[in-house]
Design a binder for this molecule. Structure first.
Ligand SMILES: [Zn+2]
Length: 232
């Protein structure tokens, strides 16, 4: 388990292959994503490591319905009594009413997807607040939602107004070790992902925090703009 400081009061916790984020502030703690099922202990340890606990959590934001992001949402919710936020288009999968959408897969990953289809879905977690770019009012004041469909239909990124802007990208993109923005894997729709990345390139943010790679810690929006320009 790792706990890394991303910037002032923003921490990355996780088992290494996927990240969850803790945003510490004067009014309590906001979590972004919850790792795989039964990984709430990693988040609890992260909170303890910064002198906080589940009692301090006031909101749980989910980027999308895949089990490595919403897996421990039910457990974190019941430990913290905080509200769960996600886009309406991914809510049915988070609530266990349908399976998270699987992407159209190239042949070489088909066996993996086949195996995954037999694994139980994450424990269902009720979504309390639907978020979208046009209605972020229910989110804590320093956060806004950015619609980034493509990886899943309701994939949402979150922009925090701190340290020049911190974008929680989710799986809308990944970063290379050199800090280049690239498409992530298992996208449901590549054209939609590319549109979402063009959209993210319209915002200004210093830092980008990803679901599956290390953060870009400076001039992150420029890296998104370079990706978007290369698409033309
Ligand atoms: Zn995903």
């Amino acid at each position: 388990m790792t706990i890394d400081s991303v910037t002032d009061g923003v921490y990355r916790v996780g088992p290494g292959y996927v990240n969850s984020f803790i945003i510490d502030g004067d009014e309590g703690v906001v979590l972004v994503d919850t790792l795989l099922p039964k990984k709430e202990g990693i988040i609890a340890n992260g909170l303890t490591g910064i002198g906080r606990s589940f009692d301090d959590v006031r909101a749980i934001l989910i980027t999308h319905s895949h089990a490595d992001h919403s897996g421990s949402a039910a457990a974190v919710k019941s430990a913290s009594h905080a509200g769960l936020y996600a886009a309406e288009a991914d809510a049915a999968a988070i609530q266990g009413e349908i399976k998270p959408p699987s992407p159209p897969t190239p042949l070489y990953v088909k066996p993996l997807v086949f195996v995954m289809s037999f694994l139980p879905g994450p424990p269902p977690a009720e979504v309390d607040h639907f978020v979208s770019e046009s209605s972020s009012d229910e989110l804590p004041g320093d956060l806004r939602a950015v619609d980034t469909p493509g990886h899943t239909p309701g994939h949402t990124s979150y922009l925090l107004d701190r340290a020049g802007g911190v974008l929680f990208v989710g799986d809308a993109a990944k970063a290379t070790k050199e800090g280049r923005v690239i498409r992530g894997y298992f996208n449901r729709s590549t054209p939609m992902i590319d549109n979402s990345l063009r959209h993210l390139a319209e915002f200004d943010f210093e830092i980008a925090a990803f679901g599956h790679s290390a953060p870009i810690e400076s001039q992150a929006s420029a890296a998104f703009r370079r990706f978007a320009q290369a698409l033309r």
